[in-house]
Design a protein around this ligand. Structure first.
Ligand SMILES: C[S@@+](CC[C@H](N)C(=O)[O-])C[C@H]1O[C@@H](n2cnc3c(N)ncnc32)[C@H](O)[C@@H]1O
Ligand code: SF4
Length: 451
């Protein structure tokens, strides 16, 4: 079978209904005004998108463009010049808000293609725009971390946290994902990061790879724990109908994915195997060795405030959500005119934000504290959520034994963990993946409706 949107049944329908939204192109002045008006919290996370890769992985659903290694220097240097200008535009716009930057996360595409000297410039720009010297976390591909001096340079430039895309320790499975590194490259990359003094390392693993067996998945989990990274993240492989991998499966050039029953077994295998070896399930995908810190990505996207920079970056102030142009040319064009490179945007009501927050806390982070909810929204959970259809959704999950609730907290049960995976999968396929799909169309549409 192939696990696409249509194989998620009810959850697909729920996600389509709950997260249906319309985005529009707006004038630069309107965008700027909306950002300033809706950015009411001082703690903000920053996201930078590096939309280049040196190839295309067969199931990749992200906003990225393949480039040749020989073009790298020219492409990256031009991109960084524009990125710095964009950061400066935000610095000028938000100067009076005294924002406190709590996280800088760089995703892609492949941020590890950017050498240390450019990170120094980007960090310098962030420092002057936001009056902060934040630690920077980047997503990295193993093949970019094989040269020891390059890795030292990244760490020396101020990149202290790394999330490395290992995906699997089986070279044949890596090949079936269209990856451009071997399992031994990944191990060498981790050694180099440790010698260079990287403060925190997460490794990404993928399961539900076409043709993968449960035994192979458990071997991957076992090898990952032997390496003792600070964090292990386990993603089920999402399949978009427009991906190369989907076509290869349809043409029977690679095997189908494991079935739903095996998905369930693989997911619980990760949960049981990693927790038995001392890892803590901080959220449904990520497991850490200590409680103190985790390589956070999804929370800020869902809850805000998050300011995104770079072609294809998403931002969410808390009351306003917008997407930068994915097309690098259009992104450059707007920046050269001194405009924020926003392709489309929309307002988000407090009720919708509350549902996003609750969805993220409960179905991604495993538990929702009503006290934290009140601190964030200034209103009781039952009062705000009680006015929305989400209340009925929670009642249904309580009856089915997917969640439990007391005075202070709503938590996922062990049964609910599998349901949460299906909900998260339906959300990702219907919202961010659909946004990227629309945004990659040329010319970029003026309005889009999600899903
Ligand atoms: C934004 S990607 C970029 C990181 C980096 N370019 C890489 O591929 O290693 C972050 C992670 O998403 C995961 N990923 C990639 N394709 C996926 C898919 N089709 N379904 C689920 N997760 C996927 C991989 O584990 C990858 O490390
Ligand atoms: S999975 Fe990562 S390396 Fe592969 S194409 Fe996507 S962003 Fe690039």
């Amino acid at each position: 079978m192939i696990l696409t949107r249509s194989s998620l049944g009810l959850w697909d329908k729920v996600a389509r209904r709950v997260f249906k939204s319309v985005y529009r192109r707006e004038d630069d002045e309107v965008v700027r005004k909306s950002i300033v008006e809706t950015l009411t919290e001082s703690d903000v996370a920053l996201y930078i998108h590096i939309p280049f890769c040196t190839g295309t992985c067969w199931f990749c659903p992200y906003a990225r463009f393949p480039i040749q290694r020989s073009q790298l220097d020219e492409v990256i240097s031009k991109y960084v010049v524009n990125l710095r200008r964009e950061i400066r535009l935000y610095g000028e716009l938000l100067r009076d808000l005294s924002l406190n930057v709590i996280d800088v996360h760089v995703g892609g595409g492949t941020p590890s293609l950017v050498p240390g000297r450019y990170w120094r410039e980007i960090i310098q720009e962030l420092t002057s725009a936001f009056d902060a010297r934040p630690e920077v976390a980047i997503e990295a591909n193993p093949e970019d971390l094989l040269d020891e001096s390059r890795v030292y340079d990244l760490v020396d430039a101020g990149v202290t946290e790394f999330s490395v895309g290992f995906q699997s320790f089986h070279d044949d499975l890596l090949a079936r994902l269209g990856r451009r590194h071997s399992a031994s490259d990944s191990i060498k990359a981790l050694d180099n990061l440790r010698s260079a003094g990287a403060r925190y390392v997460n490794i990404d693993l993928m399961y539900m790879i076409p043709g993968e067996t449960l035994e192979e998945w458990i071997e991957d989990l076992s090898k990952a724990t032997t390496l003792k990274p600070d964090e292990i993240t386990c993603y089920p492989t999402l399949v978009l109908e427009n991906s190369i991998g989907y076509k290869l499966i349809k043409q029977a050039k690679i095997p189908e994915q494991p079935d739903m029953k095996t998905f369930k077994k693989m997911m619980y295998a990760a949960e049981d195997f990693l927790t038995a070896r001392g890892y803590i399930g901080q959220e449904i995908y990520g497991y850490t060795r200590t409680r103190d810190w985790k390589y956070v990505t999804v929370n800020y996207e869902m809850e805000g405030p998050l300011l995104g920079f770079g072609a294809g970056a998403m931002s969410f102030t808390g009351g306003y959500e917008y997407q930068n142009f994915c097309s690098v040319e259009e992104y450059y064009e707007y920046i050269s005119k001194g405009k924020l490179p926003v392709a489309f945007s929309r307002r988000v009501t407090v009720e919708e934000r509350a549902i996003r927050y609750a969805t993220c806390r409960l179905f991604i982070c495993r538990s929702l504290s009503k006290r934290h909810f009140k601190d964030k929204f200034g209103r009781e959970f039952n009062e705000l959520i009680g006015r929305t259809g989400f209340k009925w959704f929670l009642s249904m999950l309580r009856v089915s034994g997917d969640i439990t609730e007391d005075e202070e907290r709503i938590s996922l049960t062990r049964k609910g963990l599998f349901t949460a995976h299906k909900i998260a999968w339906a959300f990702v396929l219907n919202v961010p993946c659909r946004m990227v799909e629309e945004c990659l169309k040329r010319p970029t549409p003026e309005n889009i409706t999600i899903p």
